[in-house]
Unconditional design. Structure first.
Length: 397
């Protein structure tokens, strides 16, 4: 049976255009032009998703959301706020009221469809399972850091594509985080509108970093995951010292997502040990070059002192970027590290180029390509480790 979407807006043109757009995607559409009507339809028909405007005459979208969340029969319905009000305080108010997604007008039809589809996937539950009353902030989650011993090894690429693979292959509600204040890459790489992203959060007092504040900075990309990007303003590099705020952001993300993939790269900073202790998994990216492998070994030896042991928390990714005749073999890398290489990622320069031109993650550019399959295997490896660490598989359904 087709999934049912309730669209609530006092603008007739919006109801008609958005309704036709989603109807063409196979959804069953119901409409309401005011908040009171929306509440009646939601209670009687229990739609799979509600697309809700803010500015309406009788009651605004914030009030409608609060009433839906307060009613047991409608409290679990996913709500996407769809509005022309795009200020940060509006987004925070929306998330505080209880919305699951915040979309701003105007929006390209393809992006609207992708984000509606991703929200459906993210919030859906097995039909045979009862609805759970446990709030999202108490669900089990896995927090993983992606690191490298030096720059340019592909840690950012690995973090982004790992998060996408966890979502697309294993249906995990994943969030990818770029912990590089002032030195971000994803905003340019994915052609995202300019935003300060995580820098806004790192400027706050730690007790102000709430779930609503964090959600307001998240951006959902077409690949289906949400990301928290860094800006490219050199003056914000000093926010690497905001350790209390970093800790608050990561802990808050763990409460709203099943998996948090944090791109740390090689940017170690004073107090980094405190941040690393928050992670249940380390994904270490290296390359088959003698100097890089030796630096990686030294880094891993230091991490052991922080409690990270090979049999529990460290995965090794070997990223090939050079000709095979001038690099170490994978067995030589393993011998030098004294550890097993968990995943090899082969070079695909043409796919990487087209992914950059089209502003999409590598695994989305060619889903059946070799690199995509290798990142999917890495995601599978991580999933197996998550299960071993005691997080029930049901948490990822």
């Amino acid at each position: 049976m087709a999934e049912k979407i309730l669209i609530v807006d006092d603008d007739v043109d919006t109801l008609r255009l958005v309704g036709l757009m989603l109807e063409r995607q196979g959804y069953l559409i119901r409409t309401a032009n005011n908040g009171a009507q929306a509440l009646v339809i939601a209670k009687s028909e229990h739609p799979d998703l509600i697309v809700l405007d803010i500015m309406m005459p009788d009651m605004d979208g914030f009030e409608v959301t609060r009433k839906l969340r307060a009613e047991p029969s409608t409290s679990g319905i996913p709500i996407a706020m769809f509005t022309a009000k795009g200020q940060l305080e509006d987004k925070v108010a929306g998330y505080d009221a209880g919305v699951d997604e915040y979309l701003t007008k105007p929006i390209h039809p393809a992006e609207l469809n992708a984000r509606i589809k991703a929200l459906m996937t993210r919030t859906s539950m097995p039909k045979t399972a009862p609805m759970k009353s446990t709030p999202a902030t108490t669900q089990s989650s896995s927090i993983m850091a992606v690191m490298s011993a030096r720059g340019g090894l592909g840690a950012s690429t690995t973090a982004l594509n790992l998060a996408v693979s966890l979502f697309q292959t294993h249906h995990v509600n994943a969030i990818a985080v770029e912990l590089h204040p002032g030195q971000g890459e994803w905003m340019l790489e994915l052609n995202i509108r300019p935003t300060d992203g995580i820098c806004n959060l790192l400027r706050m007092e730690p007790d102000k970093i709430t779930a609503s504040a964090v959600k307001a900075e998240l951006i959902e990309i077409q690949a289906g995951i949400r990301i928290l990007v860094s800006n490219n303003k050199v003056k914000d590099v000093g926010l690497l010292l905001a350790i209390d705020q970093m800790e608050a952001v990561i802990k808050t993300l763990a409460g709203i997502s099943q998996a948090v993939v944090v791109d740390i790269g090689c940017n170690l900073f004073p107090g980094y040990e405190r941040i690393l202790k928050l992670f249940s998994e380390l994904v270490v990216v290296t390359e088959p070059h003698p100097l890089t492998v030796r630096k990686t070994r030294l880094m891993l030896d230091e991490f052991k002192e922080l409690g990270f042991t090979r049999d529990r928390t460290v995965s090794i990714v070997l990223l090939h970027r050079q000709r095979a005749d001038i690099q170490l073999t994978w067995s030589q890398v393993q011998e030098e590290l004294g550890l097993t290489v968990d995943q090899i990622v082969s070079p695909e320069p043409e796919t990487a180029y087209h992914a950059a031109v089209n502003h999409v993650p590598l695994v989305q550019m060619q889903p059946d390509g070799l690199a995509a399959q290798q990142y999917q295997k890495l995601a599978e490896h991580i999933m197996q480790r998550i299960k071993l660490d005691g997080i029930p598989p049901a948490a990822f359904s």
